[in-house]
Design a protein around this ligand. Structure first.
Ligand SMILES: Cc1cc2nc3c(=O)[nH]c(=O)nc-3n(C[C@H](O)[C@H](O)[C@H](O)COP(=O)(O)OP(=O)(O)OC[C@H]3O[C@@H](n4cnc5c(N)ncnc54)[C@H](O)[C@@H]3O)c2cc1C
Length: 492
């Protein structure tokens, strides 16, 4: 999928990124990091729509409802849901080095980022069970198919726009993700009439917010640490393969994203931050360079000797949009990412890059050396100067695939809202949207778990609307919630 060229990102050329088409969508290919976000994210949603169902205390029940987690026993977690969540059974040595460096620099360690507090560095659980991915398809759909749930049919290779006409007795729910749900709405005549009519389609309901408010967690890919002594020989790799094949254990149970992350509150003003939440996430992505200098893909799942330091802007002020291609409305939607059109977002990203430089001495003691060679498009600038960072952000910023916000939930009086707090498309009977596109503000972290929480809520809303019994009671009654402690690690 290409995005439109913009002066502020992807070197002005427009970004090109793969999209997850298939059963399970993004959860079938993603980095599996299980991050719910910060309590303030959901309290902000609930204040916006004035509906307590979206407040954190209620959202927590729905997070727990989908979760099967035998490894953290606390009131924040549940072992009774369908989606496996666990600690990876293997720890990369490189992750241990970063853990030591964060500790040495005085960052606070968080034992459970999905518990009372999120800010600090943390090992991270993944949507895996027994060393295998637990995608939404595997966790939710496959068991229902296997048990022949009445009324359930899954059609694969079926494009909603083109292939078939479906009729529903009660309602239709669109779940095509934040880039395609708005396209489906617009092709159905719901959205900004000017765009729909420009594509020679009939506009039935003028909702100017459809496709607007696109958010993501943009991150520059401009900094990496190398581990000259790390072992990447073929014998180790063969052993890893055998271990995974036979036992689902070992290095291949880890995603290329190191299962260590850090959440930071930079204190940069005006960054649109919900209360007590981080505005920066450091993601560590492993890569491998073999002895003859040949570099494997970033997503190489082997042991690493390179770790990329990716500072993701968690609450960007910048917004993008999704519109129709007037000459081919049923083809690819036109995506304008809008990354880094706000200077505050640039400041947060620079803070994240500076944080990496400040860690370099501690990481060097642990065998990881910061590569200070300027990236080719920014050779004219001295490494680690502000001009260099600005150039690097422009040249290398890329998606974290956390697209959200384009069918935003809001009050029905808000002309830019697309769905109400019951996820019904405003102004249309019998139509809802249920995916990451309904998030009015993207959450403070990876977006798979909050999307599952939205889906759990949606299931209850649909049942309630049609007088159906609750499918399953939440296993634990929710105890009164206390605000998490706000601990900000020292910067630098
Ligand atoms: C490479 C990658 C890494 C990621 N890493 C993480 C991570 O580590 N942790 C995390 O929490 N999140 C991660 N995410 C994000 C997370 O997976 C998404 O936020 C989540 O999957 C969003 O769910 P969704 O239902 O909104 O959309 P999607 O998962 O994109 O699902 C949309 C579905 O709709 C289908 N579809 C689209 N258009 C049509 C059409 N016209 N007709 C029929 N079907 C259609 C698609 O095939 C897809 O199955 C990652 C995503 C990617 C792609």
């Amino acid at each position: 999928m290409p995005s439109t060229p913009e002066a502020t990102n992807c070197g002005g050329k427009g970004c090109v990124f793969p999209l997850p088409f298939g059963t399970g969508g993004g959860s079938s290919v993603n980095g599996m990091m299980y991050v719910r976000g910060c309590s303030g994210d959901f309290d902000r949603w609930c204040a916006l729509v004035d509906d307590p169902r979206w407040c954190y205390t209620n959202a927590l029940n729905y997070f727990k409802r989908s979760e099967k987690n035998f490894e953290i026993i606390s009131r924040y977690h549940s072992a009774l849901g369908p989606m496996s969540v666990s600690w990876p059974p293997h720890n990369y040595g490189t992750a241990k080095a970063f853990e030591g460096a964060f500790a040495a620099k005085g960052y606070s360690r968080v034992d459970d980022i999905n518990g009372p507090g999120q800010i600090g560095y943390s090992r991270i659980q993944t949507t895996t069970g027994c060393g295998k991915r637990s995608s939404t398809y595997r966790a939710f759909v496959e068991p229902a198919l296997k048990s022949n749930r009445p009324g359930l049919t899954v059609l694969t290779y079926a494009d909603v726009q083109k292939d078939r006409t479906a009729y529903a007795a009660k309602e239709v729910i669109i779940t095509a993700g934040a880039l395609h749900s708005p396209q489906i709405l617009m092709c159905s005549g719901i959205g900004p009439c000017s765009d729909i009519e420009a594509a020679n389609l009939r506009c039935w309901v003028d909702r100017p917010g459809v496709g607007q408010n696109l958010q993501d967690h943009p991150r520059p890919t401009a900094m990496e640490f190398k581990c000259p002594l790390c072992d990447v020989d073929w014998n180790t790799r063969k052993r890893d393969l055998n271990e995974y094949d036979l036992l689902h254990l070992g290095a291949l149970t880890e995603a290329a994203i190191l299962q260590l992350t850090a959440f930071v509150n930079t204190g940069i003003e005006g960054a649109g931050l919900p209360e007590k939440c981080p505005d920066l996430q450091i993601i560590l992505l492993g890569a491998t360079e073999s002895k003859d200098g040949e570099r494997c893909m970033d997503n190489d799942v082997w042991r690493h000797n390179i770790v990329k330091w990716l500072p993701a802007v968690l609450h960007p002020e910048s917004r993008g949009e999704v519109t129709l291609d007037p000459s081919d409305p049923f083809g690819r939607p036109v995506v304008t990412l809008g990354y880094f059109t706000s200077q505050n977002d640039v400041k947060v990203a620079i803070r994240g890059l500076e944080m990496g430089v400040a860690m370099a001495d501690e990481l060097a003691k642990r065998g990881l050396i910061l590569d200070r060679t300027p990236i080719p498009p920014c050779r004219d600038f001295e490494f680690a100067t502000r001009e260099y960072w600005e150039c690097a952000i422009n040249a290398t910023s890329y998606t974290l695939w956390h697209f959200s916000g384009t069918c935003s939930m809001g009050k029905i009086t808000n002309p830019l809202a697309v769905v109400d707090s019951s996820l019904r498309v405003i102004g249309v009977d019998g139509l809802s949207v249920c995916d990451a596109s309904v998030m009015p503000f993207v959450t403070s972290g990876n977006t798979n778990a909050p999307t599952c929480m939205i889906a759990e809520q949606c299931a209850d809303l649909v049942r309630a609307r049609h007088g159906l019994p609750e499918y399953r009671e939440s296993p634990f009654p929710e105890p009164p919630f206390q605000d998490p402690p706000f601990s900000e690690p020292p910067f630098g």
